[in-house]
Ligand binder design. Structure first.
Ligand code: GDP
Length: 444
């Protein structure tokens, strides 16, 4: 996400940190570069201008430059202002407090990711213990209804059986009655999109809005379209009074213009971001965390949330029991690796740890962690269950067999076993120390 933008910010900050004493001229020069970085990322011109002015004023107008860590302070100001730009401190939660069924209407141009986002949102709401009903209300694109039905089947979330020749407003009304009679508390309306804004479509969306009074009207925006999207949001907002934006395809090589401009220009909050085609790739938008990610400062809070969401409590309990019974074996090691893998690609996870993204780039090993994991899994997979319980059984000829079986080299097998033995020793030491001993070790 925003790799180029992060790299460029990093270069500007490095220069700033490299100055012995920071003068006003240094800050002005750095901000000139920041301005270019933002314009290149396709951020709206006026937003850039206001942003730079705000940072400049805060950075030179106070005691920042006289402080002990001036560069650090300037960077912090940039971070704060980026967060503010994207709506930091505002409540972005969905407003679903109304008597059920509550309607959420998704709208936007064709291909932006409306149907996909409807599915993702339904999944998220079900996790929050709501009963969503998906409603296909796009009768113009022949495959649209079918697409949502397929998604619904995959997710095991009911989809209203819209007739392809019905009026979309009637469909929505019928779906509302259906929801009321069948215990659904949330309607998710997937409306039609066009390649460009046109009046017929807008009229239809306005009629749906009047008929159902959705609590949330979310515009689905493709981040790859850059700040152009800002104009479209404004036009939709003028007719529909949007409650927020879902920004999709942030996993791609979007430059950042949309994310950094939408809130500032239109006043509409970004409520969710789409980070992939899979149904779980939707995150609540947090302006502060996004600012940190853009500046390569990591995002530990999102990492922790991901871990909590990915780890099944029963599964964790089962693993803990196994650890207690068998100790730390190659088998339990593999279980743990698989659990980590459920959270997403290693690369994306590591980048959430402050400083790691840049370090990985310097090492030139962006692909490495995931490849390495696959290798380790293949090696462990080629062992017999008995060997996984007790790695000491693995002699020279078995090592060669395992290397052949896993498509790796004997050096790889040796290295894994060596590392594993070291890890096992460390685990034993930690267990002997117990929680009190551990604290002592860490000097507390
Ligand atoms: P609609 O016409 O607005 O309903 O758009 P769709 O939901 O059909 O999405 C269009 C394409 O974008 C599909 O191929 C989706 O898989 C893809 N897509 C949607 N959201 C995301 C996202 O967050 N990341 C990526 N990489 N692709 C997405």
């Amino acid at each position: 996400m925003f790799d180029q933008l992060s790299d460029k910010f990093d270069a500007v900050f490095k220069k700033l940190r490299g100055q012995g004493r920071l003068t006003e001229a240094h800050v002005t020069e750095a901000l000139r570069e920041v301005r270019l970085v933002l314009l290149e990322a396709d951020v709206n011109f006026k937003v850039v201008k206001d942003f730079v002015a705000a940072v400049q004023q805060r950075a030179v107008g106070s005691d920042v430059l006289k402080s002990l860590t001036p560069a650090q302070q300037v960077i912090k100001i940039v971070r704060d202002e980026l967060g503010r730009l994207m709506g930091e401190g505002e409540d972005n939660a969905l407003d679903l407090a109304a008597s059920p069924p509550v309607a959420i209407m998704l709208c936007g141009l064709q291909g932006a990711g409306k149907t996909t986002s409807c599915g993702k949102l339904a999944l998220r709401l079900r996790k929050d213990k709501r009963q969503p009903l998906l409603v296909p209300a796009d009768v113009y694109r022949p495959a649209a209804i079918e697409q949502l039905k397929t998604l619904g089947r995959q997710l095991d979330i009911p989809v209203f059986d819209s007739a392809a020749d019905a009026d979309p407003v009637d469909i929505c009304r019928q779906a509302q009655d259906y929801a009321r009679n069948h215990g659904f508390d949330t309607l998710i309306l997937d409306t039609a999109g066009r390649l460009h804004i046109d009046d017929t479509l807008m009229d239809e969306l306005v009629r749906i809005r009047m008929a159902l009074s959705p609590r949330e009207i979310l515009f689905v925006a493709d981040a790859m379209t850059g700040q152009d999207v800002v104009n479209v949001v404004e036009q939709f907002d003028a007719r529909l009074d949007l409650s927020g934006v879902i920004l999709t395809k942030l996993d791609g090589d979007a430059r950042g213009g949309a994310a950094l401009s939408v809130r500032a220009v239109t006043g509409k909050p970004i409520k969710f971001v789409g980070l992939g085609e899979k149904m779980d790739a939707l995150e609540v938008f947090h302006a502060d965390r996004m600012a940190q990610r853009i500046l390569g400062m990591g995002d530990v809070l999102s990492l922790i949330e991901k871990a909590e969401a990915a780890i099944d409590k029963d599964e964790a309990a089962r693993m803990e029991k196994k650890m207690r019974q068998d100790g730390f074996t190659l088998e339990t090691f593999r279980d743990q690796l698989q659990m980590v893998k459920k959270m997403g690609s290693m690369e994306s996870l590591l980048k959430m740890i402050p400083g790691v993204g840049q370090a990985m780039k310097k090492a030139g090993g962006m692909q490495l962690p995931d490849k390495e994991l696959k290798k380790i899994e293949a090696i462990i997979g080629s062992m017999t269950p008995l060997e996984r319980q007790n790695h000491k059984l693995i002699n020279g000829s078995r090592r060669l067999r395992i290397a052949k079986g896993s498509g790796t080299r004997i050096q790889d097998v040796n290295q894994l076993l060596k590392r594993f033995t070291e890890a096992q020793k460390m685990m034993k030491k930690m267990q002997q120390l117990g929680p009190k001993g551990l604290k002592g070790l860490m000097g507390r």
